[in-house]
Design a binder for this molecule. Structure first.
Ligand code: ADP
Ligand code: MG
Length: 579
C-alpha cells in the first residue's frame, strides 16, 4: 500500500475531512479495494481513494459492483467494499447486499445519501430516500454516521458485523454533508479504530464435540456434507484430514467443490442420489438444510412423502447457534467456527477410530462406477450442433489442466450441467449463484475473482444469465483482466424453441434473437471474440484465452432444443406443483 498523505489545502494543514477519514479508516483496516460506481456525492471519494493508493474499480451498474464485493468477501474473509451513490444507485446495490446476507458473505455496502433534515421531513431532495430503513431488512446490520469524528467507529462496527459470527452484508449510510465536514487532523486520526480480532474464533463445547463423535462412531453408514461455510472457513488441511482420517464418504455442495478434489476416492458426488436416502448419520459442515438439500426430508432423503423424514440422524457444525433444527431435528449440533470445530474433532478421534463398514463403502463405490461410466458415455458423444454435454466436456478438460483457474458459473442448464460435469481440484475455485440460485452474479464475480486471486477466470454462462451483467465486459476490458467468458448460447431462457401460440409478431417470452453473436460484444471493447460451433473450436478458443490471459468471450453455439425448463428445479415451477 502506498503512503500518499492527505492532500488538504495549506490553510487547513491541521484539518482533515470526512472523505479522508473514510479512506484512512479503510486503509487502517487493510481494506484496499473498492468496487463501485462514482456519482453524487461519492465521486470525490473514489478519486481521493485512488490517489491514496486504494484500488478503485468502477463498474457500469451497481448491482455488479455489489456482487463483486460480496464474492471478494467470500474469497478473502475480509468484508468486500461496495460504494454507491444515493437512492437509485443504493437500490441497485441492495440486491447484492441481500445476496451477501443470505449467502453468509462478509460485505459492506457504503452508500452516499441525502441530508437527514430534508429526508426526514420528506421535503424532496435530489435522490431523497430513507436508505437506512430500506437496507435494514436485507442486511445483517445497518449503521449511519452523521459526524466526521464517528467515522472510525462506524467503519469498525461495520467490519465486525460483517465478519464476526455468521458473516453477512452490512449497510453503512454516509450522508453527503459528512464528507465535507472538517475536523482537527490529530483528533481525526485518534478517532480511527484498527479492529482487533474482527472474527474471533468460537471454540465448540467439549461435550458437543463428544456427542457428535459418539453419534458418528455408532453409525454404519455415515456421510459428511461440506458446504460453502466450510470453504469460507479456510481450514482446508484440517477438513481434508478429518475426512481422510475418519474414512467417511462426503458430498460437496456447489461452492464447496474442490475443498477436497472432486476425484478424491471418498467423494460420493457420483452416487448422491444413493447416499442421501441410505446414510444413517449425516454430518453437515457449513451447509444448511435448506432447499438445496431438500430440507433434509422427502424422497431425496428416503422419506415417502414430501414432508416425510428419512430416518437419518444429523450432526451439524455451524457458527450460528440458531441454525440447528431449522428443518429437521439435529441430534448433535456443534456450534463454533469450522476451523476450531474440525480441529476439536481431530483431537477427539485421536484416541482411536474405526473406519466405516466396507459394505457401505463398497456399495457407494459400485454406484459411482456405474454412474461415472454412464456419464463418460454421454460426454464422449459429439452431436452437431453441440449440446451442453459436448461443450462442457471441453470445459472439464480445460479446468483439469488449469486447476488454479477460478470458475464462475450461472444459468439454469448451464449451471446444473457444469456443476455435475466439471470437476474442481482446489478449494474456493468454484463461485456461483449460491443460496438463492440467482442470475446476474456473473460479470461482477469475474472482476472480483480476477482482482483478488490474480488467476485466470473462466465463466460458464447461460445466454440468459449473461444478459444481467453483460455490459461489464467493458469493465473487464478496461482493467484488462484474464477472464474467459463462455456463453452457452441456445437462443433463450432454458431453450430457444418456444413459439408464440397466437401466431402474433412477438416471439415467445423465453426466446431471444436467434443466432446472436455475443462474441462481438467483447470485440467492441478491444477484447477477443470467438464463435465456437464444435468442441474442437471451443477447445482451441479456450486454450488460447488461457494462454494469452486476454479478455475473451466465446459464443458457444448450443442446440436450441437442448436444456430443460428451470434446469434441475422444474419441481419449483408453480405449474409443476399443481400437477
Ligand atoms: P451451502 O449452500 O454450500 O450448503 P450454506 O450457505 O447453506 O452452504 O451454509 C453455510 C453455513 O456455514 C451457514 O449456516 C453459516 O452459518 C456457516 N458458516 C459460515 N462461515 C462459517 C465459519 N467460519 N464457521 C462455521 N460456520 C460457518
Ligand atoms: Mg439459454
Amino acid at each position: 500500500m502506498g503512503t500518499v498523505e492527505p492532500q488538504i489545502a495549506t490553510e487547513a494543514q491541521q484539518q482533515t475531512d470526512g472523505f479522508q477519514l473514510v479512506i484512512d479508516a479503510l486503509k487502517l483496516n487493510e481494506l484496499d479495494t473498492i468496487y463501485g460506481l462514482p456519482g453524487i456525492p461519492i465521486t470525490d471519494l473514489t478519486r481521493r481513494a485512488q490517489a491514496a493508493g486504494l484500488r478503485v474499480l468502477s463498474f457500469r451498474h451497481e448491482q455488479n459492483a455489489g456482487y463483486a464485493a460480496s464474492i471478494a468477501g467470500f474469497l478473502t474473509q475480509k468484508p468486500g467494499i461496495c460504494l454507491t451513490v444515493s437512492a437509485p444507485g443504493f437500490l441497485n446495490g441492495l440486491n447484492a447486499l441481500a445476496h451477501a446476507t443470505v449467502n453468509c458473505f462478509p460485505m459492506i455496502l457504503i452508500s452516499g445519501s441525502s441530508e437527514r433534515e430534508v429526508v426526514d421531513l420528506q421535503q424532496g431532495d435530489y435522490e431523497e430516500m430513507d436508505q437506512l430503513a430500506i437496507a435494514k431488512p436485507v442486511a445483517k446490520a445497518a449503521f449511519r454516521v452523521l459526524h466526521a469524528e464517528d467515522i472510525g467507529v462506524g467503519i469498525a462496527r461495520a467490519i465486525r458485523a460483517a465478519v464476526s459470527g455468521r458473516p453477512g452484508g452490512v449497510y453503512l449510510d454516509l450522508p453527503a454533508k459528512l464528507f465535507a465536514q472538517s475536523i482537527d487532523a490529530a483528533a481525526g486520526k485518534n478517532s480511527l479504530i484498527k479492529v482487533v480480532d474482527a472474527a474471533p474464533r468460537q471454540i465448540p463445547a467439549a461435550e458437543a464435540v463428544k456427542r457428535a463423535v459418539d453419534l458418528l462412531r455408532s453409525s454404519k453408514k455415515p456421510l459428511i456434507i461440506l458446504g460453502k461455510g466450510a470453504a469460507y472457513a479456510q481450514a482446508d488441511a484440517d477438513i481434508r484430514a478429518l475426512v481422510e482420517k475418519t474414512g467417511i464418504p462426503y458430498l460437496s455442495m456447489s461452492m464447496a467443490k474442490g475443498l477436497l478434489p472432486d476425484n478424491h476416492e471418498q467423494s460420493a458426488s457420483a452416487a448422491r442420489s444413493y447416499v442421501l436416502p441410505e446414510a444413517d448419520v449425516v454430518m453437515l459442515i457449513g451447509a444448511r438444510l435448506n432447499w438445496l438439500l431438500s430440507h433434509g426430508k422427502g424422497k431425496t432423503w428416503g422419506g415417502k412423502g414430501h414432508k416425510d423424514w428419512g430416518g437419518q440422524k444429523f450432526v451439524q457444525v455451524d457458527i450460528s447457534p440458531q441454525e440447528a433444527d431449522s428443518n429437521v431435528r439435529i441430534d448433535a449440533p456443534v456450534v463454533g467456527d469450522i476451523g476450531s470445530c474440525v480441529s476439536a474433532f481431530l483431537n477427539e478421534i485421536k484416541s482411536g477410530w474405526a473406519k466405516p463398514p466396507v459394505e457401505w463403502l463398497n456399495a457407494i463405490s459400485a454406484k459411482k462406477t456405474t454412474n461415472v461410466a454412464k456419464m463418460a458415455e454421454t460426454l464422449a458423444k459429439t452431436p452437431s450442433p453441440m449440446n451442453f454435454h459436448s461443450a462442457l466436456n471441453v470445459v472439464r478438460d480445460i479446468i483439469k489442466a488449469n486447476p488454479d483457474a477460478m470458475l464462475v458459473n450461472e444459468g439454469a442448464n448451464a449451471l446444473d450441467f457444469t456443476r455435475s460435469i466439471v470437476d474442481m481440484y482446489k478449494p474456493r475455485k468454484r463461485i456461483d449463484v449460491g443460496t438463492w440460485g440467482i442470475m446476474g452474479v456473473g460479470m461482477g464475480y469475474c472482476v472480483a475473482a480476477a482482482v483478488v486471486t490474480k488467476q485466470q477466470v473462466i465463466a460458464i454462462e447461460g445466454d440468459s444469465a449473461f444478459g444481467f451483467s453483460g455490459m461489464e465486459v467493458e469493465t473487464i476490458c478496461r482493467y484488462n483482466l484474464p477472464v474467459c467468458i463462455v456463453i452457452m448460447n441456445n437462443n433463450g431462457v432454458y431453450k430457444g424453441t418456444d413459439v408464440n401460440p397466437t401466431g402474433g409478431p412477438d416471439v415467445a417470452p423465453t426466446v431471444f434473437v436467434k443466432g446472436a453473436r455475443y462474441d462481438k460484444l467483447m470485440e467492441a471493447f478491444g477484447g477477443v471474440g470467438a464463435n465456437a460451433t464444435t468442441p474442437a473450436e471451443l477447445r482451441k478458443a479456450m486454450e488460447e484465452a488461457v494462454r494469452s490471459r486476454k479478455p475473451t468471450l466465446i459464443n458457444a453455439v448450443i442446440d436450441e432444443t437442448a436444456g430443460t425448463e428451470s434446469g434441475r428445479i422444474t419441481s419449483l415451477n408453480p405449474t409443476a406443483k399443481k400437477k
